[in-house]
Design a protein around this ligand. Structure first.
Ligand SMILES: Cc1cc2nc3c(=O)[nH]c(=O)nc-3n(C[C@H](O)[C@H](O)[C@H](O)COP(=O)(O)OP(=O)(O)OC[C@H]3O[C@@H](n4cnc5c(N)ncnc54)[C@H](O)[C@@H]3O)c2cc1C
Ligand code: SF4
Length: 479
């Protein structure tokens, strides 16, 4: 972890804000450089305290934004920190990677009036970074340890938020994960330039110090069936995320150097974490000096193109079948990619991969947009006779993710899923159809956002607590 990154400056009239200190060596704060220079206090004082907190309404966690902005503007950062972490288990993470343009900042009244949003996410990050620096972020001290235990499958943001909330209430928590490190997509999906890995590791270390037990390299279904794991705990939460990559079935699909996005991103993240990654070191999963084509228009595609740029690819192109206006990803991410030199080919669809053993090029068709479909976005229609060819040494498919077949994987055919394969729950209680088994996060919503996973984890914890209290009451009644 980098040593000193931000130096807190007590902001007041007598002591006006000075420049905060940024450790550039640490590849830190790429996205928020501008904010760091503008200073947290100045930005916070731009909040008009408008009285109708649209920012708060559009934050999935209902963060008390106006109040922590006011406290920050007044230099009362410890209070701002406590207020902020009351509603968010990972404020410094959301501050970095929430698509604020679609959530809090996009709805800021000052933004709406054309004067540029208060940089809420950056201030949220600043408050918590400052709290870490000052030693205000501490492991939980549990006064009322309980005997009841909860097993959580999945150490992503949904599982971790639920684990922390339940541990606060004294329950014994064990988190099982099939990866070797906790964090889920925070650690192996989202690239380091958006979310530095020490930030995630610092959080999970804190949870361990709070008494939460982590069991890594434990794939539920392979190591133990859901039914048997359930016997070890009073309650199980399933928070396994969605990992099955969507496919394009094209001729040449089996050529070498065509990869699913997660394979490429995981290799890069592992490298960043200091692991030995043979397929990266031997050049297979490294974009250096290659003509890279990424297929897809979501945030994962943006992460792939921007990672390729950082690996010094010869050229990076993004192929998307709709136009810029209809892209599913964050507009801010597209702009970042464009600024960094990524070339976008809108209204373009891959038709065929060509090459001998290895991919050499892609044949592409142009697209015309038709009427809006069920999702409200215009349907892409392939234009015959518009084919053209583009050179490619590496192709990355970033077409989204679907849930794995959990009932089969867990050896629990009774577990009910929707037609999309996500787990069916009662949305008021997060209960699945199996008594004592709850579910939260992407495995319920489908691929979504970190902030929603945290919200679900917190709400599931509330419901699990209620369930366990009732269970004790029932046991006492029949004792
Ligand atoms: C490349 C990429 C970039 C993204 N960027 C952003 C972003 O910038 N901002 C944002 O808000 N969101 C982003 N997202 C989405 C966000 O990461 C997810 O919505 C969020 O992580 C979901 O949290 P989760 O806890 O439900 O699942 P996950 O984070 O996926 O965690 C699930 C965990 O369950 C474990 N698991 C799965 N199956 C088993 C099993 N059988 N046994 C044991 N463990 C198991 C997995 O190993 C994993 O650790 C991104 C997603 C991707 C793929
Ligand atoms: S959690 Fe996300 S949406 Fe909510 S205030 Fe923070 S950055 Fe904005």
């Amino acid at each position: 972890m980098p040593e000193k990154m931000l130096k807190f400056v007590n902001i007041s009239k007598e002591n006006p804000p000075k420049r905060t200190v940024l450790n550039r060596k640490a590849d830190f704060n790429e996205i928020y450089k501008e904010f760091i220079n503008k200073k947290a206090g100045e930005q916070s004082s731009r909040c008009s305290q408008c009285g109708v907190p649209f920012c708060q309404i559009h934050c999935p966690l209902s963060n008390n934004i106006p109040d922590w902005l006011k406290l920050t503007a007044e230099g009362r950062l410890e209070e701002a920190y406590h207020l902020s972490q009351n509603t968010n288990n990972m404020p410094e993470i959301c501050g970095r990677i929430c698509p604020q343009d679609r959530l809090c900042e996009g709805n800021c009244v000052i933004e709406q009036s054309g004067h540029g949003t208060v940089t809420i996410g950056s201030i949220e990050k600043f408050i918590t970074e400052n709290a870490w620096e000052n030693g205000w972020v501490k492991p939980l001290k549990i006064k009322n340890n309980k005997d009841q235990s909860v097993g959580i499958i999945g150490a992503g943001p949904a599982g971790l938020a639920c684990a922390e909330e339940l541990r606060k209430k004294g329950y014994q928590i064990t988190v099982y994960d099939r990866y070797d490190r906790p964090g889920g997509l925070l650690i192996y999906g989202i690239p380091n330039f958006k979310l530095e890995k020490y930030v995630v590791e610092r959080r999970t270390k804190l949870l361990k110090e709070s008494g939460i037990k982590f069991i890594q390299n434990f794939e539920v279904g392979k190591k133990m069936k859901l039914y048997d794991l359930k016997k070890k705990h009073d309650v199980i939460l399933i928070a396994t995320g969605v990992y099955k990559p969507r496919e394009v079935e094209l001729s040449g699909n089996d050529l070498k150097n065509i990869f699913p996005a997660m394979e490429f991103l995981t290799a890069s993240n592992r490298k960043g974490l200091g692991d030995k990654v043979e397929l990266f070191d031997n050049g297979t999963l490294n974009a250096k000096d290659k003509n890279v084509i990424v297929i897809g228009g979501g945030d994962t595609a943006m992460d792939c193109v921007r990672t390729s740029i950082r690996q010094n690819a010869k050229s990076v192109k993004c192929l998307y079948r709709r136009d810029k206006k209809n892209m599913p990803g964050s507009a801010r991410e597209v702009k970042n990619a464009e600024d960094e030199g990524v070339e976008f080919l809108w209204l373009s669809n891959p038709k065929e991969f060509k090459g001998v053993n290895k991919v050499k090029s892609i044949i592409i068709n142009k697209i015309k947009l038709g009427e809006p479909d069920d999702s409200g976005r215009r349907t892409p229609i392939v234009q015959d006779g518009t084919e053209f060819e583009l050179e490619a040494d590496m192709v990355i498919k970033a077409l989204g993710f679907d849930p794995e077949e959990l009932p089969k994987l867990f050896g629990e055919e009774k577990l009910e899923v929707t037609k999309w394969g996500t787990i069916k729950i009662d949305f008021d209680t997060f209960k699945t159809n199996i008594s004592g088994v709850f579910a939260a996060g992407d495995i319920v919503r489908g691929a979504s956002l970190v902030v929603w996973a945290i919200k679900d984890g917190r709400d599931a914890a509330f419901s699990i607590d209620k369930f366990l209290k009732n269970k004790i009451k029932e046991e006492q009644r029949f004792a």
